[in-house]
Design a protein around this ligand. Structure first.
Ligand SMILES: Cc1ncc(COP(=O)(O)O)c(C=O)c1O
Length: 445
């Protein structure tokens, strides 16, 4: 899309919206309101909006519980003996029962992350899954005992790896390596990473990196980084909180050891929704790996035999602990259906255009005042742009309150970063236009 295609500001945005092949999807979401005004919501990187089908999906499970009690676990047609395997299809109605409920999510999630269905599982929340993965894939020895993360890692990831190091009797001051960026840059510094791997690679047991960096919005090359890690004999995992549902992923062929994600951002599954986990196929039968176990990870045919020995399921499902929270999984089904009908190609196409439009408007309207921290190359980002102002707003709190009073929902992160994410499933070009206009009006107000 060339800049002249944008025409004159608001009229240009309306024209682009009229030509948007995904415009009908916006009506499938509940749009937050402030009195009678519909808010301009550019915060899908934090909490995605609610698909309108969510209440009926959750209500159906509540009704099932009310009507059937414990028998709600089994398909309606033929209550089964516990332990027998029910047919798994993608999102059947509530008549299908809860026993294999989580299995319905494997195929659509696998599509989103470019994996095989038995490499993924919907379970727990991100940090819980990260701990479970670290238990299995961080296996320090006397010579190889360090963990490498980025300097700007999301705090929960940092706390998780610090606590895992301590759990193994290691001191994070010796055993936690942090990869910094070049001065003034937020981008992953490949040269510095390569130098660090040359110097420390044989002491690094595990590398943890994001798929899309939560602050800068930079999309990392999962395949490249995995190959670099493996050249040095390091295990590698990815935090996909800001990547899943936002950028294309190819986890099976890129082949990291594991990945974890949450579902409340781009997957629109609601606050605290059930997250997910990827374990590469090469570990599918690695039953000797240390793991924290629970009955839902046990062989499904034997789960209800109440035997003392644990026989893990093949693949990612073998890392499950508990029976899944059905009411917190139901919203994810509504959202994944929308992803399937919009299709990954159309979503990516619109995402690139919408984000380029945001970038173009910001630089056109705010000139030198704005610095975009997210890479300019669409291949190196998703839909979220991280924006800094020079000089920064006098008081960030006042600036954000004024933006909110103008009906714009975005967020601010230290140091001096405004995050804006136009999400292709429900945002319009008009939203982007309104947000940039409001930023311009309120920055020095
Ligand atoms: C990049 C990243 N990692 C980890 C988390 C923590 O997720 P959870 O609270 O689901 O464990 C978040 C939450 O926003 C995040 O953005």
């Amino acid at each position: 899309m060339r800049s002249r295609d944008f025409g004159r500001a608001a009229a240009g945005a309306r024209t682009l919206d009229a030509a948007d092949e995904l415009r009908a999807f916006r009506a499938r979401f509940a749009l937050p309101k402030d009195g009678r005004r519909t808010l301009t919501y550019l915060c899908g990187h934090s909490l995605g909006l609610m698909p309108r089908d969510v209440p009926s999906r959750v209500a159906a499970e509540l009704e099932r519980w009310a009507e059937l009690g414990v028998e709600g676990h089994f398909p309606n047609d033929a209550p089964r003996r516990a332990g027998s395997r029910a047919r798994a299809s993608a999102f059947p109605g509530p008549e299908a029962g809860w026993l294999d409920y989580h299995e319905r999510f494997s195929a659509p999630l696998a599509k989103l992350v470019g994996a095989k269905p038995d490499e993924v599982v919907a379970m727990n929340t991100l940090t819980v899954n990260l701990h479970l993965m670290l238990v299995s894939f961080f296996r320090p020895t006397k010579r190889r005992f360090k963990i490498l993360i980025e300097r700007d890692a999301f705090p929960s990831d940092r706390y998780a790896v610090q606590s895992q190091l301590r759990f193994h009797g290691l001191d994070p001051r010796d055993a936690l390596l942090e990869l910094g960026s070049r001065r003034g840059s937020f981008a992953l510094d490949r040269e510095r990473l390569d130098a660090l791997l040359e110097r420390e690679g044989e002491r690094i047991a595990l590398i943890l990196l994001p798929g899309v960096q939560y602050l800068s919005g930079e999309r990392l090359d999962v395949g490249e980084l995995t190959r670099a890690a493996r050249r040095h004999g390091c295990a590698i995992g990815f935090d996909l909180a800001h990547a899943i549902g936002n950028v294309p992923l190819a986890l099976h062929s890129d082949a990291p050891d594991f990945a974890v994600w949450c579902s409340y951002k781009y997957l629109n599954a609601g606050p605290g929704a059930v997250g997910g986990c990827f374990v590469h196929e090469r570990h599918a039968e690695a039953y000797d790996l240390p793991r924290f176990a629970g009955w839902w990870g046990n062989d499904r045919a034997r789960r209800f035999l109440m035997e003392p020995q644990f026989a893990p399921l093949r693949g990612a499902e073998g890392w499950q602990l508990s029976n899944p929270p059905i009411l917190s999984l139901a919203p994810l089904a509504a959202s994944l259906e929308l992803f399937a009908s919009a299709g990954p190609k159309r979503l990516r196409r619109k995402s690139e255009r919408l984000t380029r439009y945001l970038e173009w408007l910001l630089t056109t309207e705010l000139g030198d005042r704005v610095r975009i921290l997210t890479p300019h190359d669409p291949a190196r980002r998703g839909c979220h742009l991280a924006v800094q102002f020079d000089p920064p707003p006098r008081k960030a709190g006042t600036f954000m309150a004024r933006l909110r009073a103008a009906g714009i929902v975005a967020d601010w992160r230290q140091p001096n970063v405004l995050r804006l994410a136009p999400v292709p499933l429900y945002n319009r070009y008009r939203d982007v236009y309104d947000a940039v206009e409001a930023v311009k009006r309120t920055l020095d107000a």
